[in-house]
Ligand binder design. Structure first.
Ligand code: NI
Length: 257
């Protein structure tokens, strides 16, 4: 049984979300943690999670939302999270200097406020960091939150630094791409610090690269990771699922074993 620890579900992306959820189950991806990271998708994600026992939530404002996110929005987010026991993390939050270089300070401020929120609520954080390694690392080192670096694709030095401050690394479809250094890097990352994720609808793994991604492709990422690590895929399945349980408290009427 696998858990897709990070994906997005929205009717803007999928014709039929119920089919996507069914496809995941049929492919042994039994639980999904969906991330709502803008105002509209936070609402939509909550509605989806309310309907499905096997779907959990990570909620937070993505750095791309920095211009429109107010302190009142963050207060509301706090109330939403306090009143919904399907929320297992704050995220994805972080820094993105790829698209936005002109508002680094504002991004850092929003990021830090949400790190504080996660600490207050005693929840892990799901971190988005693009072209912003050093600032992300410095802030996390100082803030002492715990959680996962989502869609990790940095070098081995970056990986070691994140591991040194207790973070897990989320590995997704990029691992299956030809010519990625990530294949070498994961060999050096202890398996007990790796989580599997698709980041659907983005970053579909090989041989579906360029197509719309779905949580059902998690086993393709697991297979590649097994090859890189030289272990059986069953070990990848078992350990990464255990890891997800260590970080996220998956509370539900139906307990997961
Ligand atoms: Ni994402």
């Amino acid at each position: 049984m696998y858990i897709d620890t990070h994906c997005h579900l929205s009717k803007n992306d999928y014709e039929n979300i119920e089919t996507v959820i069914e496809n995941a189950k049929e492919n042994n991806v039994s639980y999904l943690i969906i991330s709502g990271c803008d105002k509209e998708n936070i609402k939509e994600s909550i509605e989806i999670a309310n309907k499905h026992d096997n779907i959990y939530l990570a909620l937070g404002y993505h750095p791309s939302e920095v211009k429109t996110t107010t302190d009142l929005d963050l207060l509301e987010l706090k109330e939403i999270i306090k009143n919904n026991n399907k929320v297992v993390a704050v995220g994805e939050i972080g820094l993105d200097y790829h698209w936005d270089k002109d508002n680094k300070e504002e991004q850092k401020t929003l990021f830090k406020k949400q790190l504080d929120l996660a600490k207050e609520l005693n929840l892990p954080v799901v971190i988005h960091s693009r072209d912003a390694f050093q600032d992300t690392f410095d802030i996390l080192k100082e803030s002492k939150n715990f959680g996962v670096i989502h869609c990790f694709s940095g070098n081995l030095d970056n990986a070691k630094m994140y591991l040194s401050i207790g973070f897990y690394l989320g590995i997704g479809g990029v691992l299956t791409f030809k010519n990625t250094n990530l294949k070498e890097t994961v060999k050096e990352i202890p398996l007990d610090r790796i989580l599997l994720e698709t980041d659907s609808p983005y970053l579909a793994p090989t041989p579906h690269r360029g197509e719309q991604n779905e949580p059902k492709y998690i086993p393709l990422i697991a297979e590649e990771l097994a090859t890189c690590k030289g272990v059986e895929i069953s070990e990848i399945e078992e350990v990464t699922t255990e890891n997800a349980h260590k970080i996220f408290t998956l509370r539900s009427a139906n307990k997961i074993d």
